[in-house]
Design a protein around this ligand. Structure first.
Ligand code: KIV
Length: 265
């Protein structure tokens, strides 16, 4: 059967414009990628979270460009008709020159968009340089795992009015620089709602509340594979399901029906 999943950033943008929720999950290999898209996932993220859930590291910092290239190739083989975003690893975009060389290597694996964390001036510069050269960019604000040591842990961001205003200001600057998608991680529901409502590009939340334009989860968290505790905002969709395919389907349905995440306010 021919896939009806979005294959371009324009189709993801149209989903936001039409008020249709975007379901996304991380994938690191061909088999999981194939299961996720067969379940109706709108896009896949080759996250550098693979450093933690696949490699067993305690942060994403050790993941290399070569490792990302390897996993991007595998995911692309498993989901050849689907829109794939890939994380640029820690320090691989510290300068615009590095960003261009390293993003090119990721794009040449067949993925469609690269993701950069943060909203400082040096990130804006890389976003501008990449988009001017035809590389679509996804921003990532809020809890940015590559900044874990500066943030003092994996903790909620944007909790004060000042911090929330700063996040919104960074989000608008990223859009002006050229991002076409924004991942917003671990911020209060009200902050997720405000940013999604006021930004022209789709905002994909992870622990950012029900009102975002879409949701992303780490696949190992939502399949109950991650050892130990999963983040409070994640949910184990494997519970009550017979197989991984059914768990992915339950997640897609919950995102589309706005049953996940549950509205707090
Ligand atoms: O690496 C990753 O999986 C991510 C998600 C947490 C959004 O960036």
């Amino acid at each position: 059967m021919k896939s009806t999943a979005p294959q371009t950033i324009l189709q993801l943008q149209q989903m936001k414009n039409d008020g249709k929720k975007i379901a996304c999950v991380t994938a690191y290999d061909a088999s999981f990628a194939a299961q996720a898209v067969a379940a109706g996932m709108d896009c896949l993220l080759v996250g550098d979270s693979l450093g933690m859930v696949v490699q067993g590291q305690d942060s994403t910092l050790a993941v290399t460009l070569e490792e990302m290239v390897y996993h991007c190739r595998a995911v692309r083989r498993g989901a050849p008709q689907n829109f794939i975003i890939a994380d640029m690893p820690f320090m691989s975009y510290a300068t615009a020159e590095q960003a261009m060389a390293n993003a090119s290597a990721l794009m040449q694996t067949g993925i469609h968009m690269v993701k950069l964390e943060g909203g400082a001036a040096w990130v804006l510069d890389s976003v501008t340089q990449l988009t001017q050269r035809g590389i679509p960019v996804c921003g990532h604000l809020g809890l940015t795992p590559q900044f874990v040591h500066q943030l003092g842990g994996y903790r909620q961001q944007g909790k004060t009015e000042q911090a929330a205003n700063q996040l919104y200001a960074q989000a608008t600057e990223l859009v002006q620089a050229g991002i076409r998608l924004l991942v917003l991680e671990c911020v209060p529901e009200t902050v997720g709602k405000y940013i999604a409502q006021h930004l022209s590009v789709p905002v994909i939340g992870i622990g950012a509340g029900y009102a975002c334009d879409g949701q992303v989860l780490v696949s190992y968290d939502m399949l109950g594979l991650t050892p130990g505790k999963i983040p409070a905002f994640a949910k184990n969709f494997m519970l009550g399901q017979a197989c991984i395919a059914d768990a992915f389907k339950a997640y897609v349905q919950a995102v589309k029906a706005q049953d996940f995440p549950v509205k707090n306010g």
